[in-house]
Design a protein around this ligand. Sequence first.
Ligand code: ZN
Length: 248
Amino acid sequence: MKRAIISDIHSNLEALEAVLEDIHQQGISEVYCLGDIVGYGPNPRECLDKVMELDVCILGNHDEAVLFDPLGFNLVARRAILWTRDQLKGHRGESAAARRRRDFLGELPRIRTEGDFMFVHGSPRDPTNEYVFEDDVYNRRKMEALFDRIERYCFQGHTHIPGVFTHREFFSPEECNFQYRLSDEKVMINVGSVGQPRDCDPRACYVVVIDDQVTFRRVEYDIDTTVKKIYAIEDLENSLGDRLRDGR
Ligand code: ZN
């Protein structure tokens, strides 16, 4: 197996292009995406067109909110969702490209399983919406409930914070030297975020899986360009640009 797993692109085209180039340079052709293609950022159409070319994509909560109602979002996120929805409609009625993108979003699965492997956006229990944070390792009941639903390995995104969860512990990429070897132990692996990292490292994040070896990758991209685009769009709050520089 030789596969890249990306997540939480959030309409950040510069970050997505940099990551796809990094994947290409390693000779990897199989790419899975764990959702949140859109929301927050300035290039929803362009990002969707690129993700539509990938091998597998899972539905994220922002992708879902574009299709339905943005429930449970804060004002900044909600405004970005409504703006994104407009962008996907196209300006003069529904074009063929616009229809293709919306059909693609509408058909995304919430969960995918392949033998020992499971792929979700949020968690094994609530694949689209539930967050699994570092502190949850102290919540024995929650961890048991999540791990009960996993055959062996679950790959997820949603929190924008990469790392490896065992039943009792969380390891950041730094703590495991950016490498994790899959064994008999059940694990949930958060692949981090391409387009809006929140672990104080502004570089785009994703993972590569080669056989049993999982590697966390960080990729620099042209943050200034993305931030300028966000500043220029009224419905996208400037804070959505500022946070990209800080990786938070
Ligand atoms: Zn997200």
